[in-house]
Design a protein around this ligand. Structure first.
Ligand code: GLC
Length: 489
């Protein structure tokens, strides 16, 4: 491993499976997923064929942002277990050839983190009767709140319970570097870094101008009115990332940089990959998808992602009819691909909680994993913290027994993708069809509900559903909403 610089490695074409720990597998009947539960499901993840898991935050937290408000970066929340459970999970994952990435929430802490009182110099403050600028928090409202204890204003890019760290302070850089070193010493293989585009801000705290064109990715409607040139994407973020890179050595760092693709390039100086949110937010339309892939690829090493715990699931966003074709797209693009738990069985958004738990309305995307059709024997033996959606209709157990299921399609794609080489090159196709070549392989996706011609010759190797390869081979036609991978002779 090269210390302090990026190194080529296993992650470059990895399939990383996002585990949302609260909703993956409960082992003790309290209705909340936990680390032992995750360990018990490693045989399933090995069968599926993923290279790594990313654990969304497992740290002690008052749950104002469901774990993204960290109260101690170097501990495990009691409801998830303890450090020895994590050691055990890491060792068991490694035995099965599965790497473990943690979520590094570096831009802010919980307001209940001891640093907020003991080290106020770690945070960003302002004095005066009014906020120093017009910045809007990601979840709406001013990005400034008054600390009732000191009467001063502090900056928070997310909820008021999540004060932003001041990465201009070298001691913050050292403290967060210590966090990275702590986990690497325990065997963690790398990190997904949260909210990277918020790590530093304009040094003069200038007000944002009004937006003349809408930001290219969805934001809270209040934030959409402003052009976020000062509260996001500051040049000083590179200093923060250099410090994290130095602490991480050669371990992969994958950044959540919530910016449009053309702005991602500079982040790859220190990060190994950044998520391509352009693709996640593209409409299910060949032109929009094709452009998103192209723009993202031009940025460099992107991690492809079509859903996560923050956004509606594929079946709810792009439609259940397109879920299989979307799996083909995600897993044939080359580079790193992230699969969010439950997507492999085609889960849609759940009912969420009433009243809501997440104040930004994301409960529906975080419903428990549907392991079995029997509500009492799957995710938990107790009362699940969020209701399950439709385990009778969609569950791992029945799909494992059905070779025609979307679960088997995911597994086949994870195996097949190793054979595809080169970057995706778009090829022309009928309206409504997205097609690209990877070396000798051609991937074609029919985004319409009509049969379309296959845009090239070759042996169909894999189809998104029963009958797709046969139709593509014999009649050179692509069934509605279907995708196929062909090998040219
Ligand atoms: C990231 C997380 C999201 C969280 C936010 C603030 O976007 O994915 O869940 O609310 O950062 O930490």
């Amino acid at each position: 491993m090269i210390s302090g610089s990026k190194a080529a490695g296993w992650w470059e074409d990895a399939v990383v499976y996002e585990v949302y720990p609260r909703s993956f597998q409960d082992s003790d009947g309290d209705g909340i997923g936990d680390l032992r539960g995750i360990e018990s499901r490693l045989p399933y993840l090995e069968w599926l064929g993923v290279d790594a898991i990313w654990l969304a935050p497992i740290y002690p937290s008052p749950l104002d942002d469901y774990g993204y408000d960290v109260a101690d970066h170097a501990a495990v929340a009691p409801e998830y277990g303890n450090l020895s459970d994590l050691d055990s999970l890491i060792a068991a994952a490694h035995e099965r050839g599965i790497r473990v990435l943690l979520d590094l929430v570096a831009s802010h802490t919980s307001i209940e983190h001891p640093w907020f009182r003991e080290r106020p110099d770690y945070y960003v403050w302002a004095d005066g009767p009014e906020p120093p600028n017009n910045w809007i928090a990601s979840f709406g409202g001013s990005a400034w709140s008054r600390d009732p204890e000191t009467g001063r204003l502090y900056l928070h890019s997310f909820f008021p319970e999540q004060p932003d760290l001041d990465w201009g302070n070298p001691e913050v850089r050292r403290a967060m570097g210590d966090v990275v070193r702590f986990w690497i010493a325990r065997g963690v293989d790398g990190f997904r870094i949260d909210a990277v585009d918020r790590l530093a801000k304009d040094l003069e705290l200038r007000s944002e101008p009004r937006a003349s064109v809408p930001f290219a990715l969805p934001l809270h409607p209040e934030a959409m009115a402003l052009d976020p040139i000062y509260s996001r994407n500051a040049a000083e973020i590179a200093v923060a990332l250099a410090a994290l890179r130095e602490a991480a050595g050669g371990a992969p760092l994958i950044g959540e940089v919530y910016l449009p693709a053309p702005l991602l390039g500079p982040y790859l100086e220190h990060l190994d990959a950044v998520f391509a949110f352009d693709l996640l937010h593209a409409d299910w339309d060949p032109e929009a998808l094709g452009r998103a892939v192209e723009r993202s690829r031009e940025a460099g090493a992107v991690a492809w992602v079509t859903s996560n715990h923050d956004f509606p699931r594929v079946a709810s966003r792009w439609g259940a009819a397109n879920a299989r074709a979307a799996a083909v797209l995600l897993l044939t693009l080359g580079g790193i691909a992230f699969v969010y738990q439950g997507e492999e069985i085609g889960m849609a958004d759940g009912p969420g909680a009433d009243p809501p738990l997440d104040r930004y309305g994301r409960d529906a995307f975080r419903g428990p994993m549907q392991w079995s059709g029997d509500r009492d024997v799957g995710f938990t033996a107790g009362e699940p913290w969020l209701p399950l959606a439709d385990p009778e209709a969609l569950n791992v157990e029945s799909q494992r027994a059905d070779p025609g299921s979307i679960l088997h399609l995911f597994r086949a794609l994870i195996r097949m993708r190793r054979e595809l080489d080169g970057k995706p090159e778009r090829v022309s196709a009928a309206d409504g069809v997205l097609a690209f070549r990877r070396g000798r392989h051609l991937v074609a996706i029919n985004a319409t509900d009509e049969v379309q011609p296959v845009p090239g010759a070759g042996d169909p190797l894999l189809g998104s559903a029963a009958g797709v390869t046969e139709l593509a081979g014999a009649d050179r036609m692509l069934a509605p909403h279907a995708a196929v991978v062909l090998l040219s002779s």
